[in-house]
Every structure is written in structure tokens, then in C-alpha cells.
Design a protein around this ligand. Structure first.
Ligand code: URA
Length: 251
């Protein structure tokens, strides 16, 4: 794929398109060892592109796993609350040996990242951020039935009949009953719940239907992606190639 040099810089750094043009005019950008003269030049991902001597690595898509803390919201813009995208921009990632090193100097965060689905402000756990609309669609589309697993704590004891009710589907005020869900009771007031839909406040509404209030909620899995213990609450990292490949075939 060939891109204009000014667009490449604007897409893969913090520069705006006009600042990128200015940097090029001032001779601060090199392509394959030659000082670039105009933003019209076409470049490819295989070219070596230096801005002020720093190599800028272009990535069409980025895939991020955030262990979302409570207090931040997962929509893309909000006047009052901090969004997940704003949050990751303020915090450095956890670097894995299997992922190209991110240092904020040669690899910048994509400008068009968005969260894949929603987690409530008071919910913790697995949130994917990407700019790959195709993957997001695949993971969210009801047709694909991608499983989402949550760890839940409740204000009242669970009952073994709750397992059947969750499995059989419940009327939570939607057009249809909820799809079969898997409830695994871990302790009197603790469980995993796996659902394949993503209705607004779905987990809380399903437990409310059973007469219980969710006191703590954390997403631990989405499709093949697992939130492992190595990522503490509030930490984030890029997904590995293997995780990306597996997610693409989730559902
Ligand atoms: N269900 C909920 O009720 N809240 C969430 O954040 C996610 C699923």
C-alpha cells in the first residue's frame, strides 16, 4: 500500500497533516536515507521513514487490551468523564517480549482508536481498543454469538435454580428472552456468567431479574481473548499477533 508521506506522518504520529507538511519542508523527514522535499511523495510500510532522526513505524491497525479500572467510560467522547481512549494516552503500556516495543517515540497511538463494545463506568476488566472496524464488527455482531465472560459478586446468595434460569433465557424487557447463558457458581455470592449478547447493562439486568444486585463486575474473557493475571487493573498492552489471529476467528 502506498500512502502520501504527509498522510503517513499524520496517521502514525501525533502530527497534524499541516504540521507534517511543515516538518517535511523544513527538511526534518528522511525516506530511505534521503531528505524528503514534499508531502506528495508516495511511501510504503516497507520504507524507512525518519522524523527528526526517529524511525516512524506505520501500523494500519492497532489492537489494545485494557484492564479497565472503574471510573472511566468506554464511549469515545464525553464532557464529564475520562474515556478509555484518553486513559490509555496518559498511561504507558506494559511491554511484552512478543510485541514490537512501543516507546511513544517511534510507534504512536492511532488517532482513530475506539472501544469494542461497552463496559459500564463501574465495571472493570477486559476492554479491547482498536481502529479495525472489521474486527470490531465481527466481535459485536449478534450473528457471531461471541462469548463474553464476567466475574460477578452479588448482594445475595445464589441458588442452583439460578443456573437453569440463566440457561433457559430470561425476560429482561427486551423483544426476546436472553440467549442461553452459562452461570458457574464459585461461592454463595460469586460466579462467572458467560453471555453471547451485549444488551445495555445486560449482566446487571439478568441478576436483577433473579432478585439480586451486582456489587462488583469484571469482564474476564471476550471470544478467545483472556484477561490474564499479568495485566493489573488499570494496565494496558498491545495484543500479540497470535491473539489477533485467534480473535479474528472468534464466534
Ligand atoms: N453487563 C453489565 O450490566 N454491565 C457491563 O458493564 C457489562 C455487561
Amino acid at each position: 500500500m502506498n500512502l502520501r508521506l504527509d498522510k503517513y506522518l499524520a496517521d502514525f504520529t501525533e502530527l497534524t497533516r499541516s504540521r507534517a507538511k511543515k516538518e517535511i519542508r523544513e527538511g526534518r523527514v528522511q525516506v530511505n536515507g534521503e531528505t524528503a522535499k514534499t508531502g506528495n511523495d508516495k511511501v510504503a510500510f516497507s520504507d524507512s521513514i525518519l522524523w527528526d532522526g526517529r524511525e516512524i513505524r506505520g501500523q494500519k491497525y492497532q489492537y489494545i487490551l485494557l484492564n479497565k479500572p472503574t471510573g472511566i467510560i468506554s464511549s469515545t467522547a464525553d464532557d464529564r468523564d475520562e474515556t478509555a481512549v484518553e486513559y490509555i494516552k496518559k498511561h504507558s503500556p506494559v511491554v511484552l517480549p512478543s510485541v514490537p516495543e512501543y516507546d511513544g517515540k517511534s510507534v504512536f497511538l492511532a488517532k482513530d482508536l475506539f472501544p469494542v463494545g461497552r463496559l459500564d463506568k463501574d465495571t472493570e476488566g477486559l476492554l479491547i481498543l482498536t481502529n479495525d472496524g472489521g474486527l470490531a464488527h465481527r466481535l459485536l455482531s449478534p450473528r457471531h454469538h461471541v462469548a463474553k465472560k464476567y466475574f460477578v459478586q452479588l448482594d445475595k446468595n445464589l441458588d442452583t435454580t439460578d443456573v437453569e434460569k440463566m440457561r433457559d433465557g430470561m425476560d429482561i424487557g427486551e423483544k426476546r428472552l436472553t440467549s442461553p447463558a452459562v452461570l458457574e457458581i464459585l461461592a454463595p455470592r460469586e460466579a462467572f456468567l458467560t453471555i453471547t449478547e451485549g444488551k445495555f447493562h445486560q449482566v446487571k439486568r439478568m441478576f436483577a431479574k433473579l432478585g439480586k444486585t451486582v456489587t462488583y463486575l469484571k469482564r474476564v474473557e471476550m471470544g478467545t481473548l483472556v484477561l490474564d493475571e499479568s495485566l493489573a487493573v488499570g494496565e494496558w498492552r498491545f495484543l500479540t499477533e497470535e491473539e489477533i489471529q485467534n480473535l479474528a476467528s472468534s464466534g
